[in-house]
Design a protein around this ligand. Structure first.
Ligand code: ZN
Length: 169
C-alpha cells in the first residue's frame, strides 16, 4: 500500500538525475516557514517511491506554489496524479491560489515535468508557465480536509506542531 505524507525535510536524491535537495536550501526553508512542509511524498514498504516538492511563489499579489521537483519510481501507477492532488489539498488549506510549474514536451526532468503529464492532471498553459488553479480542482473542501488530516497525521512523529496549529480547513 502506498502512503502519502508531507515532506518536511527532503531525504532522497532524485533517482533519475541524482539531484539532491538539501534541507537548508533557500526555497525549502521558505516553504517550511510558510506551510510547515515543502512537498508530498509517496512511501511504499518503507521506501520513497515518489516526491513532489514545492516552494511559495508570489506574482501579482497572488500566492502561488512553484513546483520545484517531481519524480515517481513508476510512472504507470498514477502516483504523479495522487501527489499533485495531495499537494493541492494541503495548499488549499494554506490559501494558495495555484500551483505553477515549468513544463516541456522534449527536455523534461524532475524540475521540468513532461507537458503531457501536466495537462493530464489539469494544468493549463498561461503566461509562460503551466498553472493548476486550486479553486478549479476537483477536490471538494471536505475531501481536501480529509486528505490533509491524513497527511498531517503522517507528520506527527517528526513534527507535531503543524497538527496542533490547525490549518484553515
Ligand atoms: Zn531528477
Amino acid at each position: 500500500m502506498t502512503e502519502l505524507s508531507f515532506v518536511v525535510t527532503p531525504e532522497l536524491a532524485c533517482p533519475y538525475c541524482g539531484v539532491r535537495v538539501c534541507s537548508d536550501t533557500d526555497w525549502v526553508v521558505s516553504a517550511r516557514r510558510r506551510w510547515g512542509w515543502c512537498g508530498v511524498q509517496a512511501v511504499e514498504n518503507g521506501e520513497i517511491v515518489g516526491a513532489l516538492l514545492l516552494t511559495p511563489s508570489e506574482s501579482g499579489g497572488e500566492k502561488n506554489a512553484l513546483l520545484r521537483s517531481l519524480w515517481v519510481a513508476d510512472p504507470r501507477l498514477g502516483l504523479g496524479r495522487r501527489l499533485v492532488q495531495s499537494a493541492c489539498a494541503g495548499l488549499v488549506c494554506r490559501k494558495v491560489s495555484a500551483i505553477v510549474s515549468p513544463g516541456s514536451s522534449s527536455h523534461f526532468s524532475c524540475q521540468v515535468p513532461p507537458r503531457a503529464f501536466l495537462r493530464h492532471v489539469g494544468f493549463g498553459w498561461t503566461g509562460g508557465h503551466y498553472r493548476l488553479d486550486l479553486g478549479a480542482t476537483a477536490l471538494e473542501k471536505g475531501a481536501a480536509a480529509q486528505v490533509v488530516g491524513r497527511l498531517l497525521r503522517s507528520l506527527n512523529p517528526i513534527n507535531p506542531e503543524p497538527a496542533t496549529r490547525n490549518p484553515d480547513c
